[in-house]
Design a protein around this ligand. Structure first.
Ligand code: UDX
Length: 435
């Protein structure tokens, strides 16, 4: 099939490359010339495991090309909209500027029978509004909503073999036509048995935001337990193991630590609350607490570091990890970067090392020091903070680290280190919600 993907960021670039991998003819459109040039050369503009291989293969095969010129989508019959919906300035709500601009630019190029497919995370009600735009500008075209659930770090796998497909389609024969078109796009995964739920626009939009709200709530729940554990001497990691054995609860997404960040969870729970407010509903008031617990963990790590060094002003702080999670170079709303900046703001000499995110972090926080490797960051440090759980940091050798640092102090803000082993090497070692 001939497919276009509008917006080639973390979501769209992966989607475009994976659709070509499945055998479709794909054109990716983005307004950023530099990004289009890199993608056209088969070069991934961000770190994502597996993407360089899929992208290079797709570009070399001739099935995938990129452009800034919207007119080049005219031959495609399915158009995925994968632009960002960041938090709006000065508000909790989602900024819909990019989605609206993408659809407005696309509509003049829609051919008879074309299908616009929204993938971006949007406030409920958006698809119905955009469908009107499509029908008004291109009466022979239609719109479906097909939310994306990919996780950074697993984006290629999640796109090629997702947990499920959700199609939000209009009622009646138009909806059947739209679902059949999406089935043709995703034929490979569907043949392998991937579940598919065909529903209305509003439900499909809500599936995405409610999944993210649930995951954020699960993480903040265990981080709230970490606060209780800190006040009572209990161990939240053992608590999570114990309650996680209950199949109704499950152990996944119960890792207490520095909390969630990234380009999705934080802004999605805020936008969801804002939408509920608009609807006059109190139903999502609890998400304000989910957000508050999450942000308190960042403050807690800053306090722990201060407690360990005594005086933050002038202290040499080694920060291991600034990406919002491992296997990503994404620092959007990164808890780790927040902590590093807060300590810098209090006068600490912060030296950051992240296996992939030094460059992206330096763009946002040029005031911090960046080290080319862990050893350089650790040398002569007064305290070490493990803020992102890269495998490299999980496997740190306490005795080697002890030889590099000025003082044996470590905060494991992701609860991935064996604190007893570090203490045996003379470290003052602290976790979150652990004695
Ligand atoms: C998330 C959703 O998982 C995905 O389905 C959606 O499409 C986009 O948002 P992502 O942001 O890539 O994906 O990261 P995810 O793996 O969900 O982790 C989110 C954050 O929660 C990270 O900052 C991570 O460190 C944190 N987290 C996760 C915890 O603090 N504890 C956990 O147990 C799990």
């Amino acid at each position: 099939m001939q497919i276009s993907v509008i917006g080639c960021g973390y979501l769209g670039a992966v989607h475009a490359a994976c659709m070509a991998e499945l055998g479709h003819e794909v054109v990716g459109v983005d307004v950023d010339h530099a990004r289009v040039a890199r993608l056209s050369a088969g070069d991934a503009p961000f770190f994502e495991p597996g993407l360089p291989e899929v992208l290079a293969r797709a570009v070399a095969s001739g099935r995938l090309r990129f452009t800034t010129d919207m007119s080049e989508v005219a031959d495609a019959s399915v158009h995925f909209v994968a632009v960002g919906t960041p938090q709006a300035h000065g508000s909790q709500a989602a900024d819909m500027t990019y989605v609206d601009a993408a659809v407005d630019a696309l509509v003049p190029w829609l051919s008879e029978g074309a299908l616009v497919v929204g993938k971006s995370t949007v406030p409920v009600g958006t698809a119905a509004r955009l469908a009107e735009k499509v029908h008004a500008g291109a009466p022979g075209a239609d719109l479906a909503w097909n939310p994306e659930f990919l996780r950074e770090g697993f984006a290629v796998k999640d796109t090629l073999t997702p947990d499920r497909f959700v199609y939000g389609v209009p009622a009646g024969p138009a909806g059947e036509l739209a679902a059949a078109r999406l089935d043709a796009v995703y034929a490979t995964a569907l043949a392998a048995g991937t579940p598919r739920i065909v529903t209305d626009y509003a439900t499909s939009e809500l599936v995405k935001v409610s999944a993210n709200a649930f995951l954020a709530t699960k993480i903040s729940f265990i981080n709230a337990m970490a606060e209780i554990a800190e006040a009572t001497g209990a161990d939240v990691t053992q608590l999570a193991d114990a309650i996680g054995h209950d199949a109704r609860i499950g152990r996944r997404f119960l890792n207490a630590g520095l909390g969630f960040g990234g380009g999705c969870l934080p802004k999605d729970i805020r936008a969801f609350q804002a939408r509920a407010d608009e609807l006059g509903l109190e139903s999502l008031a609890f998400l304000a607490d989910v957000d508050a617990v999450n942000l308190r963990r960042r403050a807690r790590v800053v306090d722990l570091a201060a407690e360990l060094v005594g005086d933050v002003d002038g202290a040499r702080v080694a920060v291991l990890g600034v990406a919002f999670k491992p296997d990503s170079d994404d620092v959007r709303d990164s808890p780790a970067l927040d902590v590093a900046r807060a300590l810098h703001g209090r006068g600490a000499a912060v030296r950051v090392y992240d296996p992939e995110a030094n460059t992206t972090a330096a763009r946002l926080a040029p005031e911090l020091g960046y080290a080319a490797d862990a050893d350089t960051a650790l040398r002569d440090a007064d305290v070490v903070l493990v803020l992102t759980e890269w495998t490299e940091f999980r496997n740190l050798d306490p005795s080697r680290v002890g030889d590099l640092v000025a003082a044996r102090r470590i905060v494991d803000a992701r609860n991935v280190l064996d604190l007893a082993a570090w203490r045996a090497e003379g470290f003052e070692a602290r976790g979150l919600g652990r004695p």
